[in-house]
Design a protein around this ligand. Structure first.
Ligand SMILES: [Zn+2]
Length: 161
């Protein structure tokens, strides 16, 4: 192995251990209920998305649902990700893959691009979710559609741009 490839290898190892530590910290802090919520609200997790993760019926708007889903990705809360998904598009078979993926990356932040006022049946949110994957910054830009199922808001489909 050349000196250079050894260096690259070492850097990769550092990155992956840092990533792991970050996710672990986020989870531990969320358990302690003292950390700022990952959705960017500047509120504590406990009084922000934590409320929705405890009881999805408390979600009042598509924007709240979207933010709570982002935070669930950060915390690798697959149960909430499935629960907040419409049953017709719920990715049950892909659940393990989603879990592995979200644990393998570092979420960097959520940016809301547009959240027009919803009707009482349907709403849309456009967002950018930033993350670091294999040391490279990337983002998901999506226009998500939300509807109601079982008396609460759920995510049904998204259009990537
Ligand atoms: Zn939040």
């Amino acid at each position: 192995m050349s000196k250079f490839s050894k260096l690259v290898q070492k850097q990769k190892e550092n990155q992956s251990s840092k990533k792991h530590r970050f996710n672990l910290e986020a989870r531990t802090n969320a358990n302690r209920e003292v950390v700022l919520c990952s959705c960017g609200s500047n509120k504590s997790y406990k009084v922000c998305c934590g409320v929705f993760h405890q009881d999805i019926l408390k979600v009042q708007t598509p924007l709240e649902l979207m933010k709570s889903r982002y935070t669930a990705y950060v915390l690798a809360d697959i149960d909430y990700l499935l629960k907040s998904h419409h049953s017709s598009t719920r990715p049950i078979k892909e659940a393990d893959e989603i879990l592995q993926w979200t644990r393998s990356i570092t979420w960097l932040g959520l940016e809301i691009v547009a959240a027009p006022k919803p009707t009482n049946k349907e709403g849309f949110v456009t967002f950018k979710a930033h993350f670091l994957e294999n040391g490279i910054k990337n983002n998901i830009t999506e226009n998500s559609r939300f509807v109601k199922e079982n008396e609460h808001w759920v995510y049904i489909v998204g259009q990537h741009s």
